[in-house]
Design a protein around this ligand. Structure first.
Ligand SMILES: NC(=O)c1ccc[n+]([C@@H]2O[C@H](COP(=O)([O-])OP(=O)(O)OC[C@H]3O[C@@H](n4cnc5c(N)ncnc54)[C@H](O)[C@@H]3O)[C@@H](O)[C@H]2O)c1
Length: 336
């Protein structure tokens, strides 16, 4: 009988994790997922009944009690409070999870775990940049939010474990995600713009000319899988920006594209030329991952908008914006 590899996703029922879970299952991996279902995201758990998938309810900080880490060939850490709004709203909890629990698990894995470890970080680490620059992995980090500051600290900690490491870590700085997932998020720029413009909900857009790179969740899954397939020496203690150079946009250009593809107008859309609470502005150089790893981009921004439109046309996600990381608290329509 063929022996399949076993992987563990921590935070595997989240927006990105649940897509990655399905991707690795389709590649015949055994997938264990640990998640405390912060957003009542059980839909992600029940959306998959593969016998190679095993869900374990639990907290990141309890991982040594829930599972045997050395059973896994790869552990991917997605868990945390994700995005600035939720981190600001739950600042104590986010310090506990994003700073202390994550740092503890990194130290634990660095000493006790012998295999591959992928840490999911963010391009938000680049924060505020001048328009002509493009950040490669060596570019100065300038995190603005506590969310990104915690990621930068976790990255530094991982890199500092190098001289005394039992594990084989790789760090991925993800672009901003978009696309369909079993645990859908509509608080992400592209997804939210499409939903609101589709539903004719008034949209106020601050800092409309700031740049951001975007990447589809399916493409993230592909990036993780293909990087895993590399000889580990090519990814050992490496940092990769994860995304594609052709998927950059300002918010303003993004809106124009959506309006055109949805065949609608700008009536309910207001660009506000004032600084909002999220002034991130960065263009990222994704050459390293695209040169080292065999990737075939599946989704441009345009294709992602068309995909979302198809789901909305079929009445899926009709009233979905409440089920996001702005979540169980009041939905804020302003995109800052
Ligand atoms: N979505 C994006 O645009 C984006 C961009 C860059 C980086 N990332 C990174 O990708 C990862 C996944 O993001 P996402 O969009 O899927 O977020 P998400 O909020 O949908 O998923 C996070 C998951 O972690 C779980 N979780 C949170 N705290 C936990 C804990 N203490 N113990 C166990 N489970 C816990 C939640 O229940 C949730 O299922 C995060 O590390 C995030 O920083 C995401």
């Amino acid at each position: 009988m063929k022996k399949y590899k076993k992987i563990l996703l921590i935070g595997g029922e989240g927006y990105v994790g649940s897509v990655v879970k399905n991707y690795f299952l389709a590649k015949n991996f055994y997938v264990d997922s640990i998640d405390c279902l912060l957003y009542e995201n059980e839909t992600s758990v029940i959306s998959n009944n593969s016998e190679n998938y095993n869900f374990k309810y639990g907290e990141l900080s309890q991982i040594d009690k829930i599972t045997k880490i050395n059973d896994y060939d790869l552990i991917i850490l997605f868990a945390g409070l994700v995005g600035d709004p939720v981190v600001r709203k739950y600042s104590k909890l986010s310090t506990k999870i994003n700073v202390y629990d994550i740092q503890n698990i990194i130290i634990f894995l660095s000493k006790k775990y012998k295999n591959n470890f992928f840490f999911i970080s963010t391009c938000s680490n680049y924060g505020l940049m001048q328009n002509n620059d493009r950040a490669n992995e060596d570019f100065n980090l300038n995190p603005i939010s506590n969310y990104a500051k915690a990621k930068v600290s976790a990255e530094k900690l991982i890199m500092n474990t190098k001289n005394n490491a039992s594990y084989k870590p790789t760090i991925f700085r993800f672009a901003t995600a978009f696309g369909i997932s079993p645990r859908m998020r509509f608080d992400l720029t592209l997804n939210q713009f499409v939903l609101d413009i589709y539903n004719n909900i008034p949209l106020e857009i601050y800092d409309p000319d700031t740049w951001r790179p975007y990447c589809h969740v399916q493409d993230f899954a592909q990036i993780l899988y293909q990087t895993y397939k590399l000889n580990y020496k090519k990814r050992y203690f490496e940092i990769f920006n994860a995304g594609f150079n052709n998927n950059h946009s300002t918010k303003r250009e993004l809106v124009y594209k959506i309006v055109k593809l949805l065949n609608t107008d700008m009536k309910n859309i207001k660009f506000i030329n004032k600084k909002g609470s999220d002034q991130r502005n960065y263009k990222v150089d994704f050459s390293k991952i695209n040169e080292k790893v065999l990737l075939k981009q599946k989704f441009t921004i345009k294709k992602g908008i068309t995909e979302l439109k198809k789901y909305l046309d079929n009445n899926i996600f009709k009233n979905y914006s409440i089920n996001s990381n702005k979540g169980n608290f009041k939905v804020i329509r302003k995109v800052r």
